[in-house]
Design a protein around this ligand. Structure first.
Ligand code: PMP
Length: 362
């Protein structure tokens, strides 16, 4: 994957999209397939848009090897609305277990608390090096309605290296910041959700992958129509006007991913970029990252440097075309988000800049 770009966007989301996708969208913007209008202006009921919707679902199913007993839903409201949809649909008066791994897990926990009963299991060992530790007997004989975890903590830069073992209990994963970054055995999950604005497309679209039997258990009458997974399935993700342009772009991103060699190729590409970045951090006297190697995120690489130098780092990086390297406001520091669309050149340019900056200031 090569790029002629000189500006690289390390934003955690909305994140950079593949350049060929943006070029194709630009070329087709005003006149989609000689229809004389933009895809943005077209009815979602038109055959043209229906073909795009179908194609996006088929491509995502192929890319993630989604078994036939799972539905793929396109919803709205971002991953944050799924924090509510999941307990509304799946709690059924029972109790859930939430694994608390950091910022986004806590957000999901807070929303579930408003809807029903849950246990929370903290899974971050907070010694000198942080890592994820899942207790062996996680469910302790509790017939939880589901277990929820956050596969990649976007802010903390913590990523699970394996899928939590939960027996027959449906496992629900927030994969917002790692979906499609590497192969995942979908059959291990009851439900997977992800906001699109990192590895899928523009903000405004949320992907939900749900196993058929989980769906069958939900209660339609107590849940708002648009938040009810059964309705979304029955209406083919068109229970109201869907985000048509976002779905079109997602389809282009899925096509691009297929041309790149799918998630297997992405895993190699992403591992390579992450190693480049972590090795500069570990070899330096200026930058630090306290996450254990086994749980370091391949998608979001947070690093800390002297408080006094942080703003100079972000400012000088921006001057050379390395954008959005400030850490999340809740933790400070710096963070480079290096999703699928970030080319190796972007990370090369960043690592060169980091070394140069360190030489100048240390
Ligand atoms: N979960 C994770 C892991 C995230 O990174 C984010 C957004 N950065 C969210 C949930 C919230 O997503 P949204 O803004 O789409 O609601």
């Amino acid at each position: 994957m090569t790029s002629a770009k000189s500006t690289f966007n390390f934003c955690s989301g909305p994140a950079m999209l593949p350049e060929p996708v943006m070029q194709q969208a630009q070329a087709e913007l005003l006149n989609y397939q000689a229809k004389g209008i933009s895809i943005m202006e077209m009815s979602h009921r038109s055959d043209t848009f229906q073909a795009i919707l179908h194609s996006a679902k088929v491509r995502l199913r192929q890319l993630m090897n989604v078994p036939s007993n799972y539905y793929i839903l396109f919803m709205q409201g971002g991953a944050s609305l799924q924090f509510s949809c999941v307990p509304m649909n799946l709690l059924k008066g029972g109790k859930a277990l939430y694994l608390d791994s950091g910022y986004w897990a806590k957000k999901a926990i807070a929303e579930c608390k408003k809807i029903g009963d849950l246990d929370v299991q903290s899974v971050v060992t907070d010694s000198v090096v942080r890592q994820l530790h899942i207790p062996a007997d996680l469910c302790r004989g509790n017939p939880y309605s589901y277990v929820h975890y956050t596969a990649n903590e976007t802010i903390d830069g913590l990523e699970y290296d394996s899928i939590p073992e939960v027996g027959d209990i449906p496992l629900v994963a927030d994969m917002s910041s790692c979906i499609l970054s590497r192969p995942v055995d979908v059959s291990r999950f009851g439900l997977i959700y992800a906001g699109a604005q990192k590895n899928i497309g523009p903000a405004g679209l949320t992907v939900v992958i749900i196993r058929e039997d989980i769906l069958a258990r939900v209660m339609p009458d107590t849940i708002p129509r648009l938040l009810h997974y059964g309705t979304v399935v029955d209406e083919n993700s068109m229970a109201n006007t869907p985000p048509t342009f976002a779905i079109y772009l997602a389809d282009l991103v899925f096509e691009w991913l297929q041309h790149q060699g799918g998630v297997d190729a992405m895993a190699i590409h992403n591992q390579h970029k992450a190693e480049m970045l972590y090795s500069v951090i570990d070899d330096s006297r200026l930058y630090s990252n306290t996450v254990a190697t086994s749980h370091r995120s391949c998608m979001n690489v947070p690093f800390f440097l002297d408080d006094q130098l942080e703003s100079a780092f972000v400012r000088e990086a921006e001057q050379v075309g390395l954008l959005n390297l400030a850490g999340h406001r809740s933790v400070g520091g710096c963070r480079a988000s290096i999703y699928n669309a970030m080319p190796v050149e972007g990370v090369e340019k960043l690592t060169e800049f980091m070394k140069h900056f360190e030489n100048n200031y240390v």
